[in-house]
Design a protein around this ligand. Structure first.
Ligand code: UDP
Length: 466
């Protein structure tokens, strides 16, 4: 039935072209979408930059086309939010002409009507424009929450009303009455100096969606029904809520770093729901002092842990990719926690969160991490640092009640107390119960006739109709 939808169309294979933004949190959902489309009978071509190129050998089922970004080696990897925002703008400019050439070549090869559409990341406006000029229909994948995209739409209004840019810290706790439950601190912002940059980034993402023929979101109805309804009212294009995508496409490992699978055997030997998984994603960083406080807080909690300390996590250190993880940790930490914890440079996160031994997740609240955790019923300790992370943490604590935020300066006593609260105290238990409810809801949404499954069918039909 649906599996053969695209292949059966006119007896010819239909192609979908994808172009992810080259960051881990954007590559993962795009490759998972690739898996979904492949399973529905589409042939998938993935365009990618040299910067953070995905490993094509791990995905023999897709075709990969490199788009020279003209920047490889010329610049250091982005380290601050401002760097990332500037890098996104630079990538758009650098890839435009090369993408036009590659796209034209692909169109010549497949014949135009065999190509159903391009799905580009919301931050690749230039690629959406290129595709339109070559008469290729486009959809946009936005890798954050529906609530977050609603905040992009509202951004100019929120600036007009004076919420942004943040002038003084007292403003941070002001509720944004247009977008409950957000407070000013939960919105995307990078201070006064970066304000114009941020406005431009978000306006371009909105423009990409409005130019396209549809918005794809890695969220699901049980999480964000009111936010999705609002987006559908405010946007003229259809919105497809097809998440959590990893549930449909679990084999699509798009990791840029090597996943250390040895931790899974260690988890096998641990008691059910006893382990705290700690990871701050692919970009967030911390100061050397914060790392020390985190380490001693984890040690002092007495809770078994699996901690991802990736290269580049500590700001004051050069990100040497082959630096042994333990060199980053404070002296004595290993000896103090030897039997109780494991530190790895990068984990198979989906499998870790699915493991019965994992009972809590200390996360930076990236959207992928958040949905992966909720889909497995794991409650969270949230430590957001930038971008949409604060908004995600706000929803985890305030709307889904499946975790809480640890704010302020990190100090070992507070870390210890927060970990115990999540793992051992009664309100942590309530959050675990809420997370379990959401796991059930996610299973229903992605199951037969569920909202996400239905949205995929609609998306495929839409793609074939463009
Ligand atoms: N991830 C992983 N291993 C790790 C840490 C993270 O595979 O040790 C994956 C995780 O499953 C998620 C992605 O990396 O899919 C991180 O995306 P997220 O949106 O959570 O955060 P970002 O890295 O974009 O800040």
């Amino acid at each position: 039935g649906a599996a053969a939808a695209a292949a059966g169309h006119g007896g010819r294979e239909r192609h979908v072209l994808l172009f992810p933004l080259p960051y881990q949190g954007h590559i993962n959902p795009m490759l998972r979408l690739a898996g979904v489309l492949r399973a529905r009978g589409f042939a998938v071509t993935v365009f990618h930059t040299h910067f953070n190129a995905p490993d094509a050998a791990r995905h023999p089922e897709h075709r990969f086309v490199a788009v020279p970004d003209g920047m490889s080696g010329a610049r250091p990897p982005p380290v601050s939010v401002g760097d990332v925002v500037k890098h996104i703008r630079a990538l758009n400019a650098a890839c435009e002409a090369a993408f036009r050439d590659r796209l034209a070549a692909v169109l010549a090869e497949y014949s135009r009507d065999a190509v159903a559409c391009l799905v580009a990341d919301a931050h690749l406006l230039r690629m959406v424009e290129v595709a339109r000029r070559l008469a290729v229909p486009t959809l946009v994948l936005r890798t954050g929450s529906a609530a977050c995209f609603a905040s992009f739409l509202a951004y100019p209004l929120l600036c007009d009303k004076g919420y942004l840019p943040v002038q003084e810290s007292s403003q941070l706790d002001m509720p944004v009455s247009e977008l409950p439950p957000y407070r000013v601190r939960d919105l995307m912002h990078i201070g006064r100096d970066g304000h114009e940059l941020m406005c431009e980034l978000l306006a371009r993402a909105v423009a990409a969606v409005k130019l396209s023929s549809g918005l794809i979101l890695n969220t699901f109805d049980a999480l964000e029904a009111p936010e999705l309804a609002k987006l559908r009212r405010d946007l003229a294009v259809p919105v497809f809520d097809i998440g959590p995508l990893h549930r449909f496409s679990p084999a699509a490992d798009g990791s840029l770093l090597h996943q250390d699978r040895s931790c899974l055997a260690w988890l096998d030997a641990q008691a059910a729901e006893s382990v705290l998984y700690v990871s701050f994603g692919s970009l967030a960083s911390m100061g050397a002092r914060e790392l020390v406080e985190t380490a001693w807080g984890i040690a002092g909690s007495g809770v078994p842990f699996l901690w991802v300390v990736r290269p580049g996590l500590v700001r004051s250190r050069r990100a040497a990719p082959d630096e042994p993880t333990r060199l980053l940790l404070p002296e004595g930490f290993e000896a103090a926690t030897r039997r109780r914890g494991v530190v790895v440079a990068w984990a198979p996160q989906e499998e870790v969160l699915r493991h019965r031994a994992v009972g809590g997740f200390w996360t930076h609240s990236g959207w992928n991490s958040t949905t992966e955790s909720l889909a497995e019923g794991v409650p969270m300790l949230c430590r957001p640092s930038f971008g949409d992370q604060m908004g995600n943490a706000r929803y985890v604590e305030h709307v889904w009640k499946a975790g809480f935020e640890v704010g302020g300066e990190l100090e070992r006593g507070a870390v210890e107390a927060a970990i115990r609260r999540l793992m051992a105290e009664s309100d942590g238990g309530e959050m675990r119960a809420r997370a379990r409810d959401l796991k059930k809801a996610a299973a229903e949404c992605t199951g037969k006739a569920g909202s996400s499954e239905t949205a995929i069918v609609k998306m495929v039909t839409h793609m074939l109709s463009l």
